[in-house]
Write a protein that binds this ligand. Structure first.
Ligand SMILES: C[S@@+](CC[C@H](N)C(=O)[O-])C[C@H]1O[C@@H](n2cnc3c(N)ncnc32)[C@H](O)[C@@H]1O
Length: 294
């Protein structure tokens, strides 16, 4: 078994799902199968539809969940088309979990280009077979569009300077590697590592990853569809890892509650405790929101 990803806030996820009929769950972002594995173990007889956009992650999940056999059905695709791909009212789904972003497995694989800490090609596509890479974006986008992307998706304070420098560099050397980008960010920010400081390239890589994978496109519309596509009493648990995504989920959930289509299960988002953060630093930015369909 290959478990490099620690499932974030798993205790809270299981507590919320325990309040359902515990029959059929949808893990929209199965990754290495960390949450799914614990769901299948905690609720005997339950089944899981396990989705991931990334074929390599799905293959890993298949391996890690092999012992659960026919209790798991795997599907490669984006969860944003969940309601078009599956009719979830008829099989009466009990709970839906969304734990998006990227997994430790993806981050640590230099070939994928997700992390400034690993040398590799500037790719960043989760669905490796389709769409533009991060290098394509850096090599072709005009300055204004790059600046907007860095500011919007990474909240990079020096977005304009960075966009300008990206354009200047590419006149002579096309963008191709994660190290090139990390070095540029370090030069622009006069980076000196100090304990407790997050590397400034993290925000820049996040911005490119969100853009390349269109992570937030269609999320509003997906949230709107929850009451029409999930049965009464089913629950949705959503983990977010950055403020932009969290704002969308927060507003979407609140709007559904205002219309009395759902009941929010927590007035405020839950956050990982100190122990969990000490064990898994990557969980530090997580927020968990949950609702029940009315
Ligand atoms: C944080 S990891 C999930 C880890 C998983 N919950 C576990 O416990 O092992 C995020 C996963 O979501 C997938 N992902 C991100 N956005 C997605 C989307 N729109 N549709 C499907 N999968 C997505 C990524 O490929 C990645 O494998």
């Amino acid at each position: 078994m290959n478990f490099l990803h620690y499932p974030v806030m798993n205790r809270e996820v299981l507590e919320i799902l325990a309040g359902t009929r515990k029959k059929l769950f949808v893990d929209c972002t199965v990754g290495g199968g960390g949450h799914s594995r614990r769901i299948l173990a905690a609720f005997p007889g339950s089944r899981v539809i396990a989705i991931d956009q990334d074929g390599e992650s799905l293959a890993l999940a298949r391996e890690n969940l092999r012992e659960y056999g026919a209790r798991v059905r795997f599907h490669q695709g984006t969860y944003l088309s969940l309601f078009a791909d599956f009719d979830l009212r008829r099989p009466a789904v009990s709970g839906v979990l969304v734990d998006p972003g990227i997994s430790t497995v993806q981050l640590k694989d230099g070939r994928r280009g997700f992390s400034h800490t690993q040398d590799g090609p500037l790719d960043m596509r989760k669905d490796a077979g389709s769409g533009s890479t991060a290098a394509d974006v850096l090599n072709t986008f005009p300055e204004e569009r790059l600046a907007d992307l860095f500011a919007r998706y990474g909240e990079v304070p020096y977005a304009r300077r960075l966009a300008k420098a990206v354009i200047e560099k590419r006149l002579f050397t096309p963008w191709s590697s994660t190290a090139q980008l990390r070095l540029l960010v370090e030069a622009l920010t006069h980076w000196h590592p100090r304990p407790g400081l997050v590397h400034p390239a993290a925000q820049v890589f996040q911005a490119l990853r969100i853009f390349v994978n269109r992570e937030l496109e269609g999320l509003d519309a997906w949230l709107e569809k929850i009451p029409g596509h999930l049965p009464a009493g089913s629950r949705v648990v959503f983990l977010t890892y950055h403020s932009l995504e969290d704002r969308l989920v927060k507003r979407g959930f609140q709007e559904l509650q205002r219309r009395k289509q759902v009941e929010l299960l927590r007035p405020f988002p839950a956050k990982p405790g100190r122990d969990e953060i000490a064990e898994n630093l990557a969980s530090r930015s997580a927020k968990l929101r949950a609702l029940e369909v009315a």
